[in-house]
Structures are given as structure tokens and as C-alpha cells.
Design a protein around this ligand. Structure first.
Ligand SMILES: Nc1nc2c(ncn2[C@@H]2O[C@H](COP(=O)(O)OP(=O)(O)OP(=O)(O)O)[C@@H](O)[C@H]2O)c(=O)[nH]1
Ligand SMILES: [Mg+2]
Length: 286
């Protein structure tokens, strides 16, 4: 039996969480087209006949701007220590540049094998992929480089095999039924936040956090916190239309996760400067 931990590093929005979900064959981490979607470390567990691969999905590497992003970067710095390998994810549709080099410098200094995933190669021409692979190869002394599409899952099985082959002999760290180490409340809160991210724009996604207050047999109660009254009005929407739509989109996924029908009760509240509230950040696992 092989088992171990692989940290998933990269700039924000390159598709780390989408790739983590593809690698473990189910949705564990939420995904959006807004940067800084992932705020905390999430273990996603891929089990095979003869292996347990634990992927640490992480926030994107970034220069901290406030207490929230500072906590997020600290999470990243801590999580890349003591892993068996790092999966460095790049976006093939963007210029591989300074941001990627910044991440690369840090991960290649860790002294563990680095596997590069050149993600989002779907709809790219072979020539473009080859060019981007060449640029990716200049980032450091990598162990392997895989062009993949997390979206279509092209190349994902090969990448998984590559990562498993890097794991040492070891025990299963998690029960085989477990997909993630996130408590159920946090998984539910994340699903609500994902739908809120999809329905908001600009600065607002960053100003939203979600806490689940009650996870009952038939009812789930959660609060969406924003920082200002005007943000609250946007998230509530005219006549409650936006928050209702968030609920409509989140409920089926929550029900699938819990394996039962629930009434989803969502509220929107203002909590000024929650991004600086150390106690709340801790409660949110950030
Ligand atoms: N076309 C295409 N889009 C992708 C692929 N993988 C991810 N995406 C899209 O890229 C965007 C970002 O995906 P995420 O998985 O949230 O990215 P992330 O790196 O986890 O982002 P942060 O958590 O914010 O750092 C989403 O809109 C995804 O649908 C892919 O293989 N192909
Ligand atoms: Mg993510």
C-alpha cells in the first residue's frame, strides 16, 4: 500500500480545485471563475486498490492584502511543508509569467518532487500546448510535466498515476469512505458560498462568508455574512430574489451530500470587517 500527501499549489484561478475534484473523482472543493475561491486547506482523498492519495487543495499563492489573505497565504506556506510531493498547477490559457515563477521558486525550494500540471489544455491547439509546455519546463527542475484538462478529465488518470508512484509505502490515513476532512457543516457552508460566488461580481465575492448554524434532520440554517449594508442589499436581491436563487442552486447539492431532503433557510447579515475578525477566521478554518 502506498499513501501520502500532495500539496496543490499555483496562482489563484488556475483550476487547482477543479483538478483536485477530477483527481479524486467527485466534488470536494468548490469552484468558481473568481480568484480566491479556496480560502482554507482542504484534504481531498483519492482511494485506489493499493493506494491512498491525499491531496491538499489550497488557496492560490498571493501577496497578502488584508488579514484574510494573510491567513490564507500562511495556510499555504504551512501546508506545503511536510508533503511527499507538490503538484504545481499552471493555466495553459494564460502567459506563464512572473506569478507562476513566484510560486515555482517557493515550491522548488521545498526539496520534494514537483509535478507540473499544465491545466486547461482543452480547446488549445497542439502547437500552443507544445509552446506552453516548453515555458512550463523552464520553471524549475520538475519530476514530470502533464498537460491536462480538469474540465474534460483528459490526462487526469495519467497524472493521478504519476502522483501515486511518488508516494511512500504507508497506511491509509483516512477511512476509505471519506472524501474529505472538512466537517459536514463546512462542506455545506462552502456549497452555499459557491452559489453566492456564481451570482455576484467584482469585490462582492471576497466580502462574503458563510456559516452554518444548524444542520438538522429536516432543516439547514445558514447565514451569509457581508461587510456592508449595500452588499447585503445586493445579496438579498429585489424581493429576496438573489438569496432565493442561491438557495435553489445550493439545495440539491446539499441534499445529495446529506442523503436526505432538507429545508434550506438562508439569511444575509452584515458583519462589518469580518475579514479582520481573527476569532471568526479561526472558526471558519481559515
Ligand atoms: N476550460 C477549462 N476551464 C477550467 C479547467 N479547470 C478549471 N477551469 C475553470 O477555471 C476557473 C477556476 O477554477 P478553480 O478550480 O476554482 O481554480 P482554483 O485554482 O482552485 O482557484 P482559487 O481557489 O481561487 O485559487 C473555473 O471557472 C473553472 O471552471 C479546465 O481544465 N479547462
Ligand atoms: Mg480553489
Amino acid at each position: 500500500m502506498r499513501s501520502g500527501f500532495v500539496a496543490v499549489a499555483g496562482r489563484p484561478n488556475v483550476g487547482k480545485s477543479t483538478l483536485v475534484n477530477a483527481l479524486c473523482g467527485g466534488k470536494v472543493a468548490i469552484v468558481s471563475d473568481k480568484p480566491q475561491t479556496t480560502r482554507r486547506r482542504i484534504f481531498a482523498i483519492a482511494n485506489g486498490e493499493d493506494y491512498q492519495l491525499v491531496l491538499a487543495d489550497l488557496p492560490g499563492f498571493q501577496r497578502p492584502r488584508d488579514a484574510l489573505t494573510e491567513h490564507m497565504q500562511r495556510t499555504v506556506d504551512a501546508a506545503v511543508q511536510e508533503v511527499d510531493a507538490v503538484l504545481l498547477v499552471l493555466d495553459a490559457r494564460q502567459r506563464i509569467g512572473a506569478g507562476d515563477r513566484f510560486v515555482a521558486q517557493r515550491v522548488f525550494a521545498l526539496g520534494v518532487p514537483v509535478v507540473i500540471a499544465l491545466n486547461k489544455v482543452d480547446r488549445l491547439r497542439a502547437g500552443q500546448i507544445a509552446e506552453q509546455m516548453q515555458r512550463a519546463a523552464e520553471l524549475g527542475d520538475f519530476h514530470a510535466l502533464h498537460p491536462v484538462s480538469a474540465k474534460t478529465t483528459d490526462g487526469v488518470a495519467e497524472l493521478r498515476r504519476e502522483l501515486v508512484d511518488l508516494l511512500p509505502d504507508g497506511p491509509a490515513y483516512f477511512e476509505r469512505e471519506l472524501r474529505t476532512d472538512l466537517p459536514l457543516e463546512a462542506q455545506v457552508a462552502e456549497l452555499v458560498r459557491e452559489k453566492a460566488l456564481h451570482l455576484t461580481r467584482e469585490e462582492l465575492p471576497h466580502a462574503i462568508t458563510v456559516e452554518v448554524e444548524e444542520l438538522g434532520e429536516g432543516v439547514v440554517r445558514a447565514t451569509l455574512y457581508v461587510e456592508t449594508e449595500s452588499q447585503k442589499q445586493i445579496v438579498v436581491g429585489r424581493g429576496g430574489s438573489i438569496v432565493r436563487e442561491i438557495g435553489t442552486r445550493a439545495r440539491p447539492e446539499i441534499e445529495a451530500l446529506l442523503g436526505r431532503h432538507v429545508f434550506l433557510d438562508l439569511r444575509v447579515k452584515v458583519k462589518a470587517k469580518w475579514r479582520r475578525d481573527e476569532a471568526l477566521l479561526e472558526r471558519l478554518g481559515i
